[in-house]
Design a protein around this ligand. Structure first.
Ligand code: ADP
Ligand code: ADP
Ligand code: ZN
Length: 216
């Protein structure tokens, strides 16, 4: 099972991707998480990626595509994966498509988590992230058990630098210009499914499970 999560920054892709990964036993592959782990470790890749991420811009395709292809070539991805935050441009989608075709493989579903821009801005201000394990919370909608502390690993939760309002606006413009065209790209391939991302987290997941299990 190979799944792509589409949707604006803050639409809930990561939240849903983690639930899918857990239920179906496939890895959750997030390019944003890979970049943040590299920034935390101070690698060359991390330093390069940070320059773009801090401005709400996309990391160049050359860098991004390489780390993604390396990741999905690993043993644990043989049975499938959920891609969260990749592809984000048509050229990225084309490279992935070509790599899969060469293996006689394909994407099964591209799930668009649809949320209007107004809701996004509100959500991002409330997002709190654990930079240690990648878990994500929301101060109102999905609060951690103890304020400011990650349920999963006990580390401190932070407001990501790129979740500050001025950067969120940039990220939304970048999304509309460069990423939204992927909806038509996967629509044309016949694998696009859309879910209403404004619903409660559990209802969104229910809609996704129905799709994956062929109920709709
Ligand atoms: P969100 O979950 O809010 O959409 P991500 O964690 O997916 O954010 O991404 C954070 C940042 O990392 C992006 O704004 C971008 O700078 C960079 N990034 C992540 N994935 C990609 C990608 N596929 N192509 C280019 N840049 C990316
Ligand atoms: P993305 O990966 O698309 O950037 P996230 O999964 O990180 O989005 O979710 C963005 C923020 O919204 C987080 O704070 C998350 O806890 C919260 N969130 C996710 N899904 C929902 C939902 N269905 N309703 C309300 N808040 C949500
Ligand atoms: Zn954690």
């Amino acid at each position: 099972m190979k799944i792509i999560m589409l949707g604006a920054p803050g639409a809930g892709k990561g939240t849903q991707a983690k639930m899918i990964a857990e239920k179906y036993g496939v890895p959750h592959v997030s390019t944003g998480d890979i970049f943040r782990a590299n920034i935390k470790d101070g690698t060359q890749l991390g330093m390069e990626a940070k320059k773009y991420m801090d401005q709400g811009l996309l990391v160049p395709d050359e860098l991004t595509v390489k780390i993604l292809l390396d990741r999905v070539a690993k043993e644990d991805c043989k049975r499938g994966y959920v891609l969260d935050g990749f592809p984000r441009t048509i050229p990225q989608a084309e490279v992935l498509d070509k790599a899969l075709t060469e293996l006689g493989d394909k994407i099964d579903y591209a799930i668009d988590v649809d949320v209007p821009d107004e809701n996004i801005v509100r959500r991002m201000g409330g997002r709190r992230a654990c930079l240690s394990c990648g878990a994500t919370y929301h101060i109102e909608h999905i609060p951690p058990k103890a304020e400011g502390i990650c349920d999963a690993c006990g580390k401190e939760l932070v407001l990501r630098d790129d979740d500050k309002p001025e950067t969120v606006q940039n990220r939304l413009s970048v999304y509309h210009e460069q990423t939204q065209p992927l909806i038509d790209f996967y629509g044309a391939k016949g694998v696009l499914k859309t879910v209403d991302g404004t619903k409660d987290m559990k209802d969104v997941f229910g809609a996704i499970v129905d799709i994956l299990e062929g109920a709709v």
